[in-house]
Design a protein around this ligand. Structure first.
Ligand code: BYC
Length: 310
């Protein structure tokens, strides 16, 4: 019995509509595969590049305990990158190709990692706001329609949630400290608030991919829905911490039962996405160097595997 392309497409649509998973060996539209590779690769690259801004502080953490925590967190991020590259490989694309596309600028990574981390308080702020935004965005992805991506996200979210707590705990400790430490926290929050809101992507009416990705069950919420959820979740946490979020338009709207907030600077967002943020060149240069410096390890691993196969 031969199955026609139309029947395969109908089966795919019905599986997605039922909320069941699409698995690597199932038939899928080429555009679905391409969208997943784009999103998962961008996500994997973000985890790998995302090690750099905090890695900056490993050698200068103020105590052995803080250093051990930071090392573990940065290692977790390397692990997240690996789960995601593996999920992407099930779609028929090799990790080598994905790395080449990152290094040549053909594939993106999250805008947030193109901002500098000049203060130790940034380690806490990244945990609280950046990992907080990541969790908001990624918890719904545990139910994404592509099996390997959803399963990778379950473990990643558990670890992200721990990262968020450690950031909040670090900031709480600093807020209980000296006037100077409190000022460091506020200054860091002032720098990271708007870039954290930009992590959710452009507004829905300027997001070319959201409609189709929602229809395919790849994304479960729109960019604006998740941004709103993040703001609503973060405002009481800021109050408990004793910091001010740098948005004069931020206020509770009792009719909407949600916070109103100001508009991020979308020109800045697109400039960063297109490669012109404060640290884009530095991040990619360092990644390129690390890739070149690691060539001998890859060569040795291949030689070892070939030896074993003889
Ligand atoms: N940065 O139509 P749209 C983390 C691009 S957390 C850069 O809305 P989509 C971590 C987008 O790719 C960060 N580019 O796209 C946390 C598209 O360009 P192309 C990673 C962005 O895909 C702590 C164009 O703008 N998280 O890893 O429907 C420590 C139009 O956008 C950004 C994920 O990747 C941005 N912020 O929605 C360490 C989560 N936003 O491809 C690590 C999974 C948009 O057409 N990804 N663009 O050239 C997603 O949920 C979605 O891909 C997005 C964007 C919400 C990010």
């Amino acid at each position: 019995m031969t199955v026609t392309e139309t029947e395969l497409a109908e089966h795919f649509e019905a599986t997605v509509a039922r909320g069941d998973r699409i698995e690597p060996r199932d038939w899928m539209p080429e555009a679905y595969r391409k969208t997943l590779i784009r999103q998962i690769a961008q996500h994997a690259h973000s985890e790998i590049i995302g090690m750099q801004p905090e890695g900056n502080w490993i050698s200068r953490a103020p105590s052995l305990r803080r250093k051990a925590i930071l090392l573990a967190k940065v290692q977790d991020e390397a692990g997240h990158g690996l789960y995601l590259y593996s999920a992407c490989e099930t779609l028929g694309t090799a990790r080598r190709e994905l790395t080449e596309k990152l290094l040549s600028g053909k594939q993106k990574y999250s805008s947030i990692f193109n901002y500098p981390t000049p203060s130790y308080a940034d380690v806490g702020t990244i945990g609280w706001l950046v990992d907080g935004a990541a969790i908001c965005n990624q918890v719904p992805l545990c139910r994404t329609s592509f099996g390997p991506y959803g399963r990778a996200m379950i473990r990643i979210c558990k670890e992200e949630s721990f990262h968020q707590r450690q950031g909040y705990e670090l900031l709480m400790t600093m807020m209980r400290g000296t006037e100077e430490q409190r000022a460091m926290v506020q200054e860091s929050v002032d720098r990271f608030w708007w870039p954290a809101l930009m992590m959710f992507g452009p507004p829905d009416d300027a997001s070319p991919h959201t409609g189709q990705s929602m229809a395919w069950g790849i994304k479960r919420n729109t960019n604006d829905e998740l941004r709103q959820k993040f703001v609503d979740m973060t405002v009481p946490q800021a109050r408990a911490l004793g910091v001010t979020l740098p948005d004069p338009e931020l206020r509770w709207n009792s009719e909407r039962r949600a916070h109103d907030f100001g508009e991020p600077d979308w020109d800045e967002f697109w400039a960063v996405v297109e490669g012109n943020g404060p640290c884009n060149a530095e991040r990619l240069d360092r990644r390129r160097r690390a890739h070149e410096d690691g060539a001998w390890v890859r060569d040795a691993a291949v030689a070892f595997a070939e030896e074993g196969a003889r």
